[in-house]
Structures are given as C-alpha cells and as structure tokens.
Design a binder for this molecule. Structure first.
Ligand code: FES
Length: 120
C-alpha cells in the first residue's frame, strides 16, 4: 500500500495503488489549491492548472507518466511539478502541495520526509 507524504502538511496518507492524487488529497481534507484554485477549479479535468504539486521523492514510476495535458500545461514549470488531478499513485511518494508558494522551511521539511518516509 503506497504512502503519500504531504510535506507541507506533515501528513502521511496511505492509499491504494491506482488512486488519483487529487482525490486522495481532497478526501484527506488537505488544502490542495491556492487562492485562485480554491475560488474555482476545473474539478480535476486538467484545464485550470491550479492543482500544482512538486514531487520531492519516490521511485521514478511512483506516479503515472505525464499526461498529454500535463506536457502542455507544465511546459514552462519545473520538471518535478505535476498536476495532482492527472497523477495516479503507484507507489510511495513525497508530495509538496502549492509549490508556487513554499514556506521558508521547505528544505528542512523535504529532508525530513526523505529520511522518514522513503524507502518503504
Ligand atoms: S484540478 Fe484543474 S488542472 Fe487539476
């Protein structure tokens, strides 16, 4: 059973392999969206590009491959950014929500996650 470490929230969430990352985050009550996305988002269709996450650890195939939508929408974003609504969780992974507005202790949070969550 994969574990998702939501770094910003300091939450470890177990999910079934094959679950959608956005669905898991919302089910757990996590704030996936920034201000713009909280006002209005596409509901997971890959059109609003407000569900950014950065992937900070996990195996290369911890998430499903980039979708065609992501290849277009994330063209000018860091290579470790994904759209949560487009990701299927396949194994344990470290996820940073709202990477566009990181807190000052981001590096420490990620370091802690890498030591304490992976490998599983
Ligand atoms: S929820 Fe709109 S792009 Fe992901």
């Amino acid at each position: 059973m994969p574990t998702i470490r939501f770094v910003r929230e300091a939450r470890d969430v177990n999910c079934r392999s094959g679950e959608n990352l956005r669905v898991v985050a919302l089910r757990e009550g996590l704030e996936l969206y920034g201000f713009k996305g909280s006002i209005g988002n596409c509901g997971g269709c890959g059109q609003c590009i407000t569900c950014f996450v950065s992937i900070e650890g996990g195996s290369k195939d911890a998430l499903s491959p980039l979708t065609a939508v992501e290849k277009v929408k994330l063209k000018n974003r860091p290579s470790n950014w994904r759209l949560a609504c487009q990701c299927v969780v396949q194994s344990s992974v470290i996820v940073f929500t709202k990477p566009q507005s990181p807190p000052s202790n981001t590096k420490e949070l990620i370091k802690d996650a890498l030591v304490n969550v992976l490998p599983r």
